[in-house]
Design a binder for this molecule. Structure first.
Ligand code: SME
Length: 175
């Protein structure tokens, strides 16, 4: 059963508690549901609301969502489900933070987007960013992208939890 309360997060919880709730709710929502549009949409909502329940800088998250493989062009990402302002529709592998994560299949933790060569400024408010690849049977099938309007919005703890969420999505979705 899906309840809007699944993405209601108590304020004052720790980062670990917030991400634990995201994982728990995502597992419940994905039980019996493998459609990627459906699951990535709900996980974008869970992450956005979880980060907004946390203290600064996490609550300055201004964009949170996914890019997936573009079925019409090799080595290209296309915009997937997200929360935030409208964003770039396609990104070539190797371009920007998202393209770097997709091309290398490794997380990109960017404390200052202006210091990242080739960063693509979709939302001018973004100051820092984390991009985590979703890898299924050795192939990048999607990336999680989260932007923060403050510098150093994300740390190693975010990376650890987001990589767990990426693993859950790789296991539980048909792309
Ligand atoms: N900043 C990203 C582009 C996507 S938006 O942030 C939603 C990048 O450099 O790849």
């Amino acid at each position: 059963m899906v309840h809007a309360e699944s993405s209601t997060f108590a304020s004052g919880v720790s980062k670990a508690e917030a991400y634990e709730q995201v994982l728990e709710q995502a597992r419940a929502l994905m039980d019996g549901q493998r459609n990627w549009v459906c699951n990535l949409s709900n996980v974008a909502s869970l992450l956005y609301h979880a980060l907004h329940a946390l203290p600064a800088p996490s609550n300055a998250t201004n964009w949170c969502g996914f890019y997936v493989l573009d079925p019409t062009k090799a080595e290209q990402l296309i915009l997937g489900p997200f929360q935030g302002h409208v964003a770039c529709q396609t990104i070539r592998f190797g371009r920007g933070v998202c393209g770097a994560a997709a091309a290398s299949a490794t997380t990109q933790l960017v404390p200052d987007v202006e210091a990242f060569p080739g960063h693509i400024a979709c939302d001018g408010a973004s100051r820092s960013e984390i991009v985590v690849p979703v890898v299924q049977t050795g192939k990048v099938v999607a990336i999680i992208d989260i932007d923060c309007a403050e510098l150093e919005g994300f740390d190693a703890e975010d990376q650890t939890w987001l990589e767990r969420i990426a693993a859950l999505l790789a296991e539980g979705c048909d792309f």
